[in-house]
Design a protein. Structure first.
Lengths: 332, 210
C-alpha cells in the first residue's frame, strides 16, 4: 500500500547511452540488476522495499530505443516510446487506431507522458498480496494468498490459473496481440522476434515472470505489420474509476468484413488471466460467418467457456462475454 | 539485525528467487540506516563504467542552473522540496496516484514523485515557483485561480496549475470535456472539480488574451 517513507533504499544507478552498454551492464550485474524504462512500475516496488535490486539500469538515455518509424511492412515502435507519443502519432491513429485507443485509456496523462510502450507490456501483475510483499508463489513462496476461502480476489483471474491467480494488467497488450505485433528482444545470443501473443507467459511456464524476458534481455522494439491496417477495430476497457484504474476486463478486436461476412478476425482480452488471452477459438468460429447479432452472441458464449471464477470475481464472466460480443458486433 | 540480513541477501551468487525471498523476509522492519550502509563495497561503480552517474549534478530549474548533490535513488520531488527549497511542489501519495507533485519537464507534465532526479539532467524543469514573471506578475493560470477563488484547501493546487499550463500548451482552446480529460491525472480531496474546471476555463481564456 501506498505509505510514504523517507526515500527509496540505495541502489547503484547506470544510465547508459546505447543498447550495447545497457546489455553489457546487465550481463555484468546479472540477477542483481533491474531494467528501468519509465519507472512507474519499478518505483512502487522499490519504495515499498518489496524488490530491492542492487543495480538499476535506466534505459531513459538510449535515444535508439525511442521513436516511431514507418517500415516497408508497417510500423516500428521502439520500446522506450512514451504512451502519449503512441496515442498522438498520426500514422498510429490513422491505420492502427486500436493501439492509440488502448494506449489512451492507460492510467493518467502524466503516467502516459512517462510510461513506455515497452514497459506497459513488461509490467508486473497488480495482485496486492504480491505487491505488498507477501511470500506467495510468485514471490518464491509456497502459497497463493489470493486463492483461499477468505481472499480478496475481485480483480483476479477466471482463466489460466496455475497456483497463481493474478492477471496481466496491461491495456496495450491485447491491442498488440489483435494487431499481430512482433516483439523484438535483444538476448545474450542476439536478436529474437516473438509474436506478441507468445511474449506473455503464464505461471505454468514460469511463475515468477510475466514475459519471455530472461534476466539480461531487453525488449527493444515492437513491430506492427500492415496486415490489419485500416481494419475495423474495437477496444473497450471496464474499470472502477475512469482514470488511473487498471482494467477489470478489456477487449481488443480487429475484423475484416466483406459484404456482411467476417473474412478474418483477431480478438484478445486482458484482465482475466495471468497473460493477455488471444481468443483463437472465437476467431475460428466467426471467420466466414455473417457479422450479425447471432454471431456476436455465439462469440461471447464461446469466449467464456471454461472460465473458473474465484470467490469474488464471477462478475467477470458476463463482463467478458458482453465485451467480446460487442467487439464482434462492431459496426461494419 | 534486518540490515545485515539484507546486505547478505544480495550476494551475487544468490538466485533471483532466493534474493526476493530473503528481501521479503526482512520486510518492513528495515530502518533508515539501511539505505546508508546497504551494499557498500560490492556496489561502487567503476569510474569507467559506461553510464555511471555522478552525485554532484547541475539541473535547470525555472531557468536557473542549480548545482545539487543528489543520491542515485532520489526522486525529483525530494530534490525540489528538500534540497532546492522549492516547497510549492507538494507530495501527496508518492505513488503516481494523485498529481500533487506535478511539474513540467520540457513543458510536459510529469509526477515528480516518480522520476529520478538523475533522469532530468539536461531537461528544463519548471515548478509552480517558476511561473510568475520576474516582477511578480502572476502567470495567466495563476491569475485565474485568484480570480475564480478556484480551490478550497489548495493542497492539490500547484499540481493542477502545472498540469493546466502543460495541457494548454498543446490545446489552447479546449472544451470543458477536453480540459477535464487533460487534467484527469490530478486529484482534489475536497472534490471541488467543478470549480477547478471553471477556473481552468478562465485560465485558458487568460492565456489566449495574454
Ligand atoms: C497509478 C498507476 C496506474 C496505472 N494504470 C494503468 C492502466 O490503467 N493500464 C495499464 O495498462 N497500465 C497502467 N499502469 C502501468 C503504466 O502505464 C506503465 O506502463 C507501467 O508502469 C510500466 O511502464 P514503464 O515504462 O514505467 O516501465 P517500468 O516501470 O520502468 O518497467 C516495468 C517493468 O518492465 C521491465 N521493462 C520495461 N521496459 C523494458 C525493456 N525495454 N526491456 C526489458 N524489460 C523492460 C522493467 O524491468 C520492469 O520490470 C499504471 C501505473 C501506475 C503507477
Ligand atoms: S495470485 Fe499470484 S501474485 Fe497473487 S498471491 Fe497468489 S501467487 Fe501471489
Amino acid at each position: 500500500m501506498a505509505v510514504i517513507r523517507d526515500m527509496m533504499p540505495v541502489f547503484e544507478l547506470f544510465q547508459p547511452a546505447s543498447v550495447e552498454d545497457a546489455t553489457a551492464l546487465l550481463r555484468e550485474h546479472g540477477e542483481q540488476a533491474w531494467v528501468m524504462a519509465g519507472g512507474l512500475d519499478s518505483f512502487d516496488w522499490f519504495k515499498d522495499r518489496v524488490k530491492r535490486p542492487a543495480v538499476v539500469v535506466d534505459l531513459g538515455g538510449i535515444e535508439a530505443l525511442k521513436g516511431i518509424e514507418s517500415t516497408a511492412d508497417g510500423l516500428e515502435i521502439r520500446a522506450m516510446t512514451p504512451l502519449t507519443d503512441v496515442v498522438r502519432h498520426p500514422e498510429v491513429r490513422e491505420h492502427y487506431g486500436l493501439l492509440s485507443k488502448a494506449a489512451e485509456l492507460v492510467a493518467s496523462p502524466q503516467i502516459r507522458n512517462q510510461g513506455t510502450l515497452g514497459g506497459n507490456n513488461s509490467q508486473d501483475t497488480r495482485c496486492w498480496y504480491y505487491r505488498d510483499g507477501w511470500t506467495c508463489y510468485r514471490a518464491g513462496g509456497n502459497i497463493c494468498y489470493a486463492d483461499t476461502p477468505t481472499s480478496m480476489n475481485r480483480e483476479h483471474a477466471i482463466f489460466g490459473a496455475d497456483r497463481c491467480v493474478a492477471v496481466n494488467p496491461s491495456d496495450t497488450a491485447p491491442a498488440l496481440i489483435a494487431l499481430d505485433a512482433k516483439m523484438v528482444v535483444q538476448t545474450a545470443d542476439g536478436e529474437r522476434v516473438v509474436n506478441a501473443e507468445d511474449y506473455f507467459i503464464g505461471p505454468g511456464i514460469d511463475i515468477m515472470r510475466m514475459t519471455v524476458l530472461q534476466p539480461g534481455d531487453l525488449l527493444t522494439s515492437i513491430r506492427i505489420p500492415s496486415t490489419w491496417a485500416g481494419a475495423k477495430f474495437y477496444f473497450e476497457k471496464v474499470r472502477d474509476r475512469q482514470v488511473w484504474d487498471f482494467p477489470l476486463v478489456n477487449v481488443a478486436s480487429a475484423i475484416r468484413v466483406s459484404g456482411g461476412t467476417i473474412e478474418d478476425a483477431r480478438v484478445a482480452v486482458n484482465g482475466v488471466a495471468p497473460y493477455p488471452m488471444r481468443l483463437t477459438a472465437v476467431e475460428d468460429a466467426i471467420r466466414g460467418a455473417s457479422q450479425d447479432e447471432a454471431t456476436a452472441e455465439r462469440a461471447g458464449e464461446m469466449a467464456v467457456r471454461g472460465a473458473r471464477p474465484l470467490r469474488q470475481n464471477a462478475y467477470k464472466i458476463p463482463l467478458m462475454r458482453n465485451l467480446v460480443k460487442r467487439s464482434i458486433r462492431v459496426e461494419a | 539485525m534486518a540490515d545485515i540480513e539484507i546486505t547478505e541477501a544480495i550476494d551475487p551468487g544468490v538466485s533471483r528467487r532466493n534474493f526476493i525471498k530473503g528481501v521479503i523476509a526482512a520486510g518492513a522492519a528495515v530502518g533508515s540506516a539501511n539505505y546508508m550502509f546497504r551494499g557498500v563495497g560490492a556496489l561502487f561503480a567503476q569510474p569507467t563504467s559506461p553510464g555511471a552517474v555522478e552525485r554532484l549534478i547541475t539541473l535547470t530549474v525555472n531557468g536557473q542552473q542549480r548545482r545539487v548533490d543528489v543520491m542515485k535513488q532520489e526522486t525529483l520531488a525530494m530534490t525540489l522540496r528538500y534540497k532546492l527549497g522549492l516547497t510549492g511542489t507538494k507530495l501527496g501519495c508518492d505513488r503516481s496516484e494523485c498529481g500533487a507533485c506535478t511539474v513540467l519537464l520540457d513543458g510536459v507534465p510529469h509526477y515528480s514523485c516518480s522520476i529520478l532526479t538523475q533522469s532530468v539532467r539536461g531537461r528544463e524543469v519548471k515548478t509552480i515557483e517558476g511561473l510568475a514573471a520576474e516582477d511578480g506578475t502572476l502567470h495567466p493560470v495563476q491569475q485565474a485561480v485568484v480570480d475564480e477563488q478556484g480551490f478550497q484547501c489548495a493542497f492539490c493546487m500547484s499540481g493542477f496549475v502545472m498540469s493546466t499550463v502543460g495541457f494548454l500548451e498543446g490545446n489552447p482552446n479546449p472544451t470543458r470535456a477536453e480540459l477535464a480529460h487533460g487534467l484527469s491525472g490530478n486529484l482534489c480531496r475536497c472534490a471541488d472539480y467543478d470549480k477547478i474546471l471553471t477556473t481552468m476555463e478562465r485560465a485558458a481564456e487568460n492565456m489566449r488574451q495574454a
